[in-house]
Ligand binder design. Structure first.
Ligand code: FEO
Length: 167
């Protein structure tokens, strides 16, 4: 049986994943308003991934016979300074999510909840991938200094990203 403390912490994580969805959708809206449709696509797909993460936690709680308690979702920022600013904020945000997932794992280990430990491994690996992909784009952006031709190249490249959830 999953503990009350772990259930509450997973419910908070659902809220963080849904906030992440909002955050990336807001970035997508800002990018679309500046006609960076391809980079906006990257964040629309990112938002879909965050909903997928939230639903993984949601379904897990139900499978464990625990209560899903959805909380209000904060409003994300709506104004951004630049494409680089967006990727910087994304990396900082993902670092916070990684810490939150690591804290969840620490709690599961402390409680000897083997099922939760096994379930959370997927998220530990996912965070490594998320931070690495955002960090790479951010480094490339900093290297090119948001030169117009580089931004157009990013826009074409990031237009190709698709949402491909694992089975
Ligand atoms: Fe759900 Fe981007 O972490």
């Amino acid at each position: 049986m999953i503990s009350k403390k772990l259930t509450d912490t997973v419910n908070s994580q659902i809220n963080k994943e849904l906030y992440s969805e909002y955050f990336y959708l807001s970035m997508s809206a800002w990018l679309l308003s500046k006609d960076f449709d391809g980079i906006a696509n990257f964040f629309t797909v990112q938002a879909q991934e965050e909903r997928f993460h939230a639903m993984k936690f949601f379904n897990y709680l139900l499978e464990r016979g625990a209560e899903v308690a959805l909380k209000p979702i904060d409003g994300p920022p709506v104004e951004f300074k630049s494409v680089t600013d967006i990727f910087e904020q994304t990396l900082e945000h993902e670092k916070l999510v990684t810490k939150s997932i690591n804290d969840l794992m620490d709690l599961s280990i402390k409680e000897n909840d083997h099922s939760a430990v096994s379930f959370l491994k997927w998220f530990i690996d996912e965070q490594v991938e998320e931070e690495a992909s955002v960090s790479k784009i951010l480094n490339q952006l900093k290297f090119t200094g948001e030169h117009p031709q580089a931004l157009m190249m990013f826009d074409r490249q990031l237009a190709l990203r698709k949402f491909t959830p694992e089975a």
